[in-house]
Structures are given as C-alpha cells and as structure tokens.
Design a protein. Sequence first.
Length: 384
Amino acid sequence: MTAATTDVAIVGGGLIGAWTAFFLARRGQRVTLIEKGVVGAQSSGVNFGNLRLQGRYPAQYPLSLRSQALWEDLEALIGEDCEFARTGHLYLAYDKEESEKLEGYAKVSDSYGLQIERVGPAELRKRWPWLGERAVAATFSERDATANPRLATPAIARAALAQGVEIREETRVSDVARQGEGFLLTMADGSQLSCGALVNSAGAWALEIAERFGETAPLFPAGPPQFVTEPVPYQIEPSIQAIDGSVIFRQIPRGNIILAGYPRTAADPVSNRAPVPPAKTLAAMRALARVAPGLAHCHVIRVWSGIEAYLPDMIPVIGPSLTQPGLFHAFGFCGHGFQIGPGVGLCLSEMILDGGTPTPLDAFSIGRFRAEATVSEKFRKEFD
C-alpha cells in the first residue's frame, strides 16, 4: 500500500489541533488533521468556556494576551463568533490571606499591561447586588471573556477545511516512525501517511507519540465536572471565580447558570469515560449558594465532563521535541487550554514554518521533565 503524503500531520482534533491546522493551511501548507473520535469531543468541547486572563501563570501572559487578541477577532478569522462575549471576570477572595494572593495575581497582570480593577466589599455588593456577604475583596478584569466550547472546535475545523485541510475523524494512529527527514504514520486500518512535520496535540493520549521518540512527562487524565441549571432571570454578566476554586460560574443570556469547581473528577482514557459522581453536583450547588444566595434553589438539569490531560506543575508542554527534528508537542493544558488555544496554534505554525516564534515559550518545554517534576500549589488544591 502506497502511503499518502502531506506537509504536516496533526494528531489530535481538539482545539489546539484545529487552530494549528487552520494557521498552517492559511500559509499554504498541506495539512492532515487526524482524530481518533470526532473533533472537539474531549476537553476542548466540554470545558467551562472561560477566556480568563487574570490569574494566569506569569510566563504564560505573552501567549495568553496574543491568544485573546485572536479570540477578539474570531468572527473575522473563521466567519463564526461561537458566542464570544467580553463579559469580564470577577475574582473573589474570602479572607485576608486570599485577598493578599489576589493582589499578587493582580500585580502580575498589571506588569503585562492588563488592566485590573480592585474592588472592596461595599463596592462589590453595590455593583453586583446578587453577591452574598462572604467575599471581602475582588479584582475585576474587563477584557476577560467567554465563548461556547461546544461550538468552537467544530467551527474552527470547518474554517480549516475551507482552507484545504484534510480532516480524518474516527481514525486512530497505531504507529509513528521516523522516515527520512519526516515521519510515517500507520493507522489502525492499515493505511499510512507520510509527512514532513508532525504535531502531537493528542491530549491525554499524547504520551503514545512522545514516548516513541524517547520523551515523556508525568501526564495523567482527569475530568472537569460541569453543571448547568434551569434558566432563571438574567442578572449576572461577568464570569465569577472564587480564588479557592470552590466554584466558577457564569450566566448565559438564555438564563442558565453554568458552573464548575474543584476538585476534578476521575477520567478513564481507555474506556473513554469521565463520569460525574452525584456528590460533585451537590457540592457545586452548595458552593454556588455561598457566593450567590439567590441561586440556592436552582435546579441542575445536566451534568457532564470530558477527559483532560494534567501535569503536576499545572502548565502545558508546548514546543519542539528535543529528540526528533520536525516533531512538535502541545499537550497537558491542565484545564486552561481553551483560552490559549488560538495562540498556541499560531505559535506552532510559526515554529514549523519560520523556525521560531516571537512569543516566549521556553517555560513550556518538555525538557523540564528530565528532572523531577515540580508539584504546584494549584495542583494540590485541584486534586485534593
């Protein structure tokens, strides 16, 4: 059987893979996007939809800000807005220690030019009267936004398809090998694909490729439990997040409340399941009621999750392989990949075609796992 050929093969049809395919095709590359299921079916399509800027890992800000500009230009880029809305993001602190942490996050944001407003308790209740009495301080970032993750990846994939990208769904890669200066991919059905460059954006399954070339990371799967309530009268415009992670919520214009919260739930990438235990639903609603008492009696109408990839330092792997020229990794986004997705895709396209990107990404190299992995405070909190 003669192998088909392409300039760049991308394994993983989530948001990262779709954006990378789109930007490469815009620059004239022949691109094949390979997805074992359907595009956007895992973490890219089931996350909270937050396009949050404040509170990011400091080294991520250049990438995050570049990505936000692409989200703000989404309709011009792909012809669909995916319910993008510049809602702002309200970050809440419940005590003095959390207030100090909030101020630390705000100072980092300030240093990168993001405008952060500090809000005291009296002003909080005046501006957002649906808030309870528990919050003692908050920061507000007006530029932060939301979009609908269920719509986004399929829309970007359609835009990539229009640019000439070949999309192969329900196609599992069973083997990857070096072939000359490129790679040869063998599919589960026996078909083969030869490519010059290979992007590993396979999410929780990414180590299947990385380890074939002598690279690894302490990657593991987990699920972000998500909940949506019945519609109630619309009154909450910003996305709300408690700094302790107990609850993250927003209200969409139709009135439904979408909420999430830590800790994460278990996920099984073998059986492709990420069930949400009923106790998670009850805990999420209790946390919501503490922040917004008027929502205490809302009824949850649906729960869901997906399979996300996590690393103990809670920052992703983005960049070239250190063992194989032409191989590029983008995985382990730890629940934060939705916001930086377009920026990652653009940076990967620049690395592949230009040999580098102006956005600093050294902090995200897979090489950091040649030493013992750092375990972040955020990791301990989210996976208690």
